[in-house]
Design a protein around this ligand. Structure first.
Ligand code: PGA
Length: 312
């Protein structure tokens, strides 16, 4: 019976589930390993089913364990939310904001967080950057307060609101023969060696959809796990690619944008959270910051879509 479990046990369990490992959880919580093991034994007994499976040196959660990780996070986050609400009653905005963004958002999210932190010095922020699929996995595990990603998905119930455009452009080395051409047909790109992001990347997903829609088969030369690596490979003349224009810096030494029909692909950055999630005072403060500083007032009506259920 879960009523026999303690908060401490849930806290230890949540850390193990998140870190995937007893040792790191005991370090994070400043507990000894035997204490952690004993607490987890008691917790499994209370549940009546094993919570972990040991696969080699890796700990994996059982179905009961995964379910408990989500429940434990809800309980612990509710308590944190309560602390933040009390701080607010005392006139303070205090607490932690956990934000996870998909990789391309790293070109603007840190600056937004910097500005937000300057406005609310009592708020501690943590930013995790990973690809779209991993962002969605974190949503399912209820690991963060808010998420930034492109085009929210239909299979997870997310409250999401667009706040910024993300334009995907075709990039090539400045010396590339196509750099001088105008209005290049998309079919022409099939001849070029193409550099593509890893499976799980939202950029890759959009690129594949766009080319498939035109019946163009990409000539994939290489798969690379980051936008930066792709940029460097373009500069190394390994091929062309399609990336967010936000990855481009100023001045020389950057890839150039090719003038291809059907480009840019226009995507929208969304701020999102699972529907039904109780937002903390701090998460609400961040949303307010976005509305007041990032979303242009005149764009407001344009952004009201079926997906935009986010109240102010
Ligand atoms: P990604 O980011 O390509 O790193 O996944 C963009 C997105 O979320 O679509």
């Amino acid at each position: 019976m879960m009523r026999h479990a303690t908060f401490r046990q849930l806290e230890v369990f949540e850390a193990i589930a998140r870190l995937g490992n007893f040792t790191r959880a005991s370090e994070e919580l400043h507990l000894t390993q035997p204490t952690v093991s004993m607490q987890m034994k008691k917790l499994s007994d209370a549940v009546g089913l094993p919570l972990f499976e040991q696969i080699g040196r890796q700990i994996q959660l059982t179905d009961a364990g995964r379910e408990l990780a989500v429940t434990a996070r809800e309980i612990l986050q509710s308590l944190e939310n309560y602390d933040m609400a009390v701080a607010e009653m005392q006139g303070l905005k205090k607490g932690k904001l956990r934000l996870t963004v998909s990789t391309t958002a790293k070109y603007f999210a840190p600056r937004m967080l910097g500005e937000f932190s300057a406005m609310h010095p009592g708020i501690e922020v943590s930013l995790k950057v990973t690809n779209r699929q991993k962002v969605l996995d974190r949503v399912a595990e209820n690991l963060d307060d808010l998420y930034i990603l492109c085009q929210p998905v239909s299979h997870i119930d997310l409250v999401a609101r667009p706040f910024l455009e993300n334009l995907l452009v075709v990039l090539a080395h400045p010396d590339h023969p196509l750099a001088k051409e105008r209005n290049i047909p998309i079919e022409r790109l099939a001849q070029e060696p193409f550099l593509i992001r890893e499976v799980g990347s939202g950029t890759r997903m959009s690129v594949e959809q766009a080319f498939a829609a035109h019946g163009v088969k990409l000539n994939i030369r290489m798969e690379l796990g980051s936008n930066e690596a792709i940029k460097q490979a373009i500069l190394g003349k390994l091929g062309i690619s399609v990336l967010s224009s936000q990855t481009l810096g100023e001045g020389p030494g950057e890839p150039v944008v090719l003038d291809v029909q059907g480009f840019p692909i226009v995507r929208q950055w969304h701020i999102a959270y699972p529907s039904g999630k109780q937002l903390s005072v701090v998460a609400k403060a961040f949303l307010e910051y976005l509305w007041d500083n990032v979303i242009p007032a005149d764009k407001d009506t344009e952004f009201v879509t079926a997906e935009s259920r986010l109240g102010r």
